[in-house]
Structure formats: C-alpha cells, structure tokens
Design a protein around this ligand. Structure first.
Ligand code: PLP
Ligand code: COI
Length: 333
C-alpha cells in the first residue's frame, strides 16, 4: 500500500478510456498509456470543451474499499456534459469505470488510518478537429487515479482567504457545472492570491458583488454566534456533494440548525467559524477572510468547534467508522 503526500498528479498503472464516435460510445477499456494524442484543432484545445469530476476511494478499518456517493458524481458529470453540448456518460458506465480503475490500482490506495485516499478524476473532452465554433462530434471519457492526502499545505493551519475582485461565474453562466473553463479563468487569480500570501480566493456574485459565492475549488460554510450553520444559496456555485452531505449530517447526526440562504459579504464579520468543503479539501477550517482590508477572523479550529466535530463526523462516515445514511457508501470490494 502506498503513502500519499499532498495533492498532486502521480502516474498510476491503469486508467479507463472510452471513445465516442458516429453517435455512440464504445465499451471502453483499461489502458496503461497515460498520454492522449490529439489533432491540433481538437475542440478541447481550441474551444475548451472539457468537463470533469473528482471523487475518492477509501480503505476502511476492516480492509474494504468504498466510495462516497459516486452516483451524485455520475449525475453531475451528466449535467455538465449536457450544458457543454457533450454526450453524457450513463451512471452505469461511470460506476463501472471507477470500479475498474480502483481495482486496477488497488495497491496504491493508502492504508486505513493514514488519512489518505485514492483520488479519481473522471473527465470528458471533445477530441475531433473543429475550426468554426461548434461542439465536437467525437469525445473521450477517461478516469485516472492518484493517491492523495490533504489538498491545502499543512491542513491543521486555518486558511487565510481574500475576497476577489475578479469573477468566477457569470449569472446564467457555467458556475453550477464542473467545466474546465471555470478553473482556467481562476488561474491568474489563484496565482496572484498565492503571491500575496493567501491560500484561496472567495468569489462574490458577479451581478452585484454583494453576496458570498464560493472559492475556486470548494464551497464555503459559516457557523453563526448561536451555533447554526449557514451556507450560500446560489445558482452560480457548484452543487458540492460534500456540502450537501454535511448539511444532512449536521442536522440529523449533530442536531445543528442549518440554513441555505444568500449571505451578504458584510455579514461575515458576525460569524464565529468558517470552513471550505469539497472532495479534495474535505472540510478545511478558515482563519480569516480579507475583504479589501476589512479582515473577518474566525475560531474554526479546536476540539469544541462545530467545524472540527463536523469534519471528524464526515471522515468517520467516509471511512465507514460510523454508519452512513442509506445509499451513501458504495462498496467496491
Ligand atoms: N466548488 C468547486 C468550485 C469545486 O471545484 C469543488 C470540487 O469538486 C467543490 C465546490 C466541492 O464539490 P464536491 O464536494 O462535490 O467535491
Ligand atoms: C475536487 O474537490 O474534487 C475538485 O475537483 C476541486 C479541485 C479544485 C481539485
């Protein structure tokens, strides 16, 4: 079994590859080739026709291998494909592909207790040449795997965020799907944030720059002074599977009041705790958010914080130490 360090690409032995041509997908197969040969005018290269997913396989205490709610990743990938005018991959094929990749790279899943997992990256790209702006007619669906541990350096240290002047997602745009273009536009901004000593950017709604949306790679949660959880409600953020799950766990397992609503950036000084959530970031505590010199500070760490309790509960569900709600754990082996 491997040891994972941080969140980076490592070549693993086998990946799943399935191609779409003449109006249909082929059966797909496992391949040892980590490269893709494309025409110079492939739609993904010229017009960015690309969508992806992220999910993890966990090794449990009793040696089983499981995934967390992969049916929701399958559904979201299909939604992303439809919005980007790409042929969706069926849920059945998606689950077959992730299972095949996990089993083929089984030895690389970190041991139970190490805090690591095998990250799976399913994606679909438009592969044939186009010159005028139009969708491709040929596609590739691929799933590769990498052993990972924490996404942010030194996960124990609360994150230091800044409010961004640039936008991530337009109203009526593509913020609600997992299109590669949403990440391409954030690269300038994340680099600048890092140069200035911040870990991530907090984006506001692009129409009015008033309401909190999310960060470049995670949804955001707050805890109010009276111990309730609040999280932004918006049509232009990614519907995080982790966030949707955390709200259920907070309410049903911890008896915490949860609320999804618009959150004015001016309100955040009044909140007690803050954290980012996502497959890669799990539940990462936030220490401060700098809104152009107005710095909101949070007490998101420590044994008694709501975020610490929630993070521990989420991980214990994902590693099967605590019984999950029905249908959340997908057993691979
Ligand atoms: N928001 C963005 C922009 C993301 O890239 C991710 C990562 O997938 C998330 C939120 C979290 O989503 P999930 O919990 O489904 O991984
Ligand atoms: C994930 O959490 O799976 C993501 O895709 C986020 C990405 C920024 C690494």
């Amino acid at each position: 079994m491997s040891k994972a360090s941080g969140f980076q690409y490592t070549k693993t032995p086998l990946r799943f590859v399935m191609n779409y041509k003449d109006g249909g997908w082929d059966e797909g197969h496992l391949s040892s080739d980590e490269t893709i040969v494309l025409n110079e005018s492939a739609c993904v290269l010229q017009y960015g026709q690309s969508v992806f997913e992220g999910l993890k396989a966990y090794r449990t205490k009793d040696g089983k291998i499981v995934c967390f709610r992969p049916d929701l990743n399958a559904k979201r990938l299909a939604d992303s494909c439809i919005r980007m005018k790409m042929p969706p991959v069926s849920e059945e094929k998606f689950l077959e592909a992730i299972k095949a990749v996990i089993l083929a790279n089984e030895d690389l899943i970190p041991s139970y207790g190490e805090g690591g997992s095998l990250y799976l990256r399913p994606f679909v790209i438009g592969t044939n040449p186009v010159l005028g702006v139009k969708p491709a007619s040929e596609y590739q669906f691929r799933v590769f795997a990498c052993p990972v541990s924490s996404y942010f350096n030194g996960e124990a240290k609360p994150l230091n965020l800044r409010v961004s002047d640039l936008d991530r997602a337009a109203s009526h745009g593509t913020g609600h799907i997992k299109a590669a273009l949403n990440y391409a536009m954030s690269l300038f901004n994340i680099s600048e944030a890092h140069e200035l000593g911040y870990d991530e950017n907090v984006y506001l709604d692009s129409a009015t720059h008033t309401y909190v949306e999310e960060t470049g790679g995670a949804n955001i949660l707050f805890v109010t002074k009276d111990g309730s959880i609040v999280t932004p409600k918006s049509d232009t953020i990614l519907p995080s599977i982790t966030r949707r799950s955390l709200l259920v766990l907070a309410k049903d397992y911890l008896g915490i009041n949860v609320e999804e609503r618009r959150i004015d950036i001016k309100e955040i000084n009044g909140f007690k705790e803050c954290a980012l959530c996502g497959t890669a970031s799990v539940l990462s505590p936030v220490g401060s958010i700098d809104n152009h010199g107005d710095i909101a500070k949070f007490e998101s760490v420590g044994k008694d914080s709501v975020m610490t309790k929630l993070r521990e509960l989420l991980l214990s569900i994902q590693y099967c130490d605590t019984k999950a709600p029905k249908g959340w754990i997908y057993e691979i082996k």
